[in-house]
Design a protein around this ligand. Structure first.
Ligand SMILES: NC(=O)c1ccc[n+]([C@@H]2O[C@H](COP(=O)([O-])OP(=O)(O)OC[C@H]3O[C@@H](n4cnc5c(N)ncnc54)[C@H](O)[C@@H]3O)[C@@H](O)[C@H]2O)c1
Length: 289
């Protein structure tokens, strides 16, 4: 019906149909297909992309035309993400195994990306681990060291080398995955909270240092997001009623979907956020409001 009205409109006005669509604010299918994708040909490196938020973020960048360097300590998960991007018809994705706590492996990751694609336009430092809940005096030294090594030192190693590369190529963008635990305390999680506050602090410091070099650095601060790291069903088995209690604290009364984190990250990396740097952005259904 709308199309026949448009046809008459076109004939009367001697406009072609495409023009009529655009006058009314519609985009034709072909126009949508031809729309320049936001991250077309950008080289995007993502750590911890073999699962959860990192994987969904890799899919989202691939959908926008990016070349994705999928990295993870878990080879099977990382290769699976690459396979999924290929099935989706993504431009190009490769897997590079990397344990972010090993400086030489991070060096190899950046080197592989640059050797294969010439540059790293965007880096998402997302690899992270959680800890079993324990009060401060019961937190083992082992748990402390491991959490700080992956969540904090891993981000430092990655940024140190990514920034060097981005300086050489004249700019870039970085998003570090922190947490709402990087913005406030979370009882029974001292190591995790300390590591995520470190991510926010590093993000702000590096953002100030490298803003003059055309490099924007922001942190994403997710609330509970359903992934293998945060599995409400498993949580319910361990502590009946806990997921319900956690949801009750979130004004939007639900947990997040990984795509909501991916969308926020893409936005932070896009030109739409061109004047944002050093920001720790909560995506939390209002929890920290
Ligand atoms: N899921 C949540 O509720 C939530 C909330 C806030 C912040 N986060 C943060 O989001 C990020 C992603 O978490 P997720 O929920 O997708 O978890 P996930 O467990 O699904 O994914 C994390 C990935 O990191 C990888 N990884 C772990 N240690 C590594 C290492 N040393 N080197 C390289 N890769 C390593 C894992 O193999 C895994 O693939 C983490 O930094 C996490 O702290 C998650």
């Amino acid at each position: 019906m709308l199309e026949s009205i448009l046809d008459i409109f076109c004939l009367q006005c001697f406009y072609n149909r495409k023009r009529a669509f655009s006058i009314l604010g519609f985009q034709s299918f072909t126009e949508k297909q031809n729309k320049k994708m936001e991250f077309q040909n950008k080289v995007v490196l993502i750590t911890g992309a073999g699962s959860g938020i990192g994987r969904v973020t890799a899919h989202a960048f691939a959908k926008e035309g990016a070349v994705v360097v999928v990295s993870d300590i878990n080879e099977e998960g990382g290769k699976e993400t690459v396979g999924q991007i290929a099935t989706m018809g993504g431009k190009e994705a490769v897997f590079v195994k990397c344990n972010v706590t090993k400086f030489e492996e991070v060096e190899n990751l950046i080197k592989s990306a640059v050797t294969q694609f010439g540059r790293v336009d965007i880096a998402i430092n997302n690899a992270g681990i959680g800890t079993l809940p324990a009060k401060t005096i019961n937190t083992s030294l082992e748990d402390w060291d491991k959490t700080m090594a992956v969540n904090a030192t891993g981000v430092f190693y990655c940024m140190k080398l990514e920034l060097k590369q981005m300086m050489q190529q004249g700019g870039g963008g970085i998003v570090n995955t922190a947490s709402i635990a990087g913005l406030r305390g979370l009882p029974n999680n001292i190591a995790y909270v300390a590591s995520k506050h470190a991510v926010v602090g590093m993000t702000k410091t590096a953002a100030m240092e490298y803003a003059p070099h055309n490099i924007r650095i922001n942190a994403l601060c997710p609330v509970f997001t359903v992934t293998p790291l945060f599995n409400p069903e498993m949580m319910e088995k361990i502590s009946a009623g806990l997921p319900k209690k956690l949801k009750a604290n979130i004004p939007m009364r639900r947990f997040a979907d990984p795509i909501e984190m991916a969308n926020a990250t893409l936005w932070l990396c896009s030109d739409k956020a061109s004047f944002m740097t050093g920001h720790a952005m909560p995506v939390d259904g209002g929890l920290t409001a």
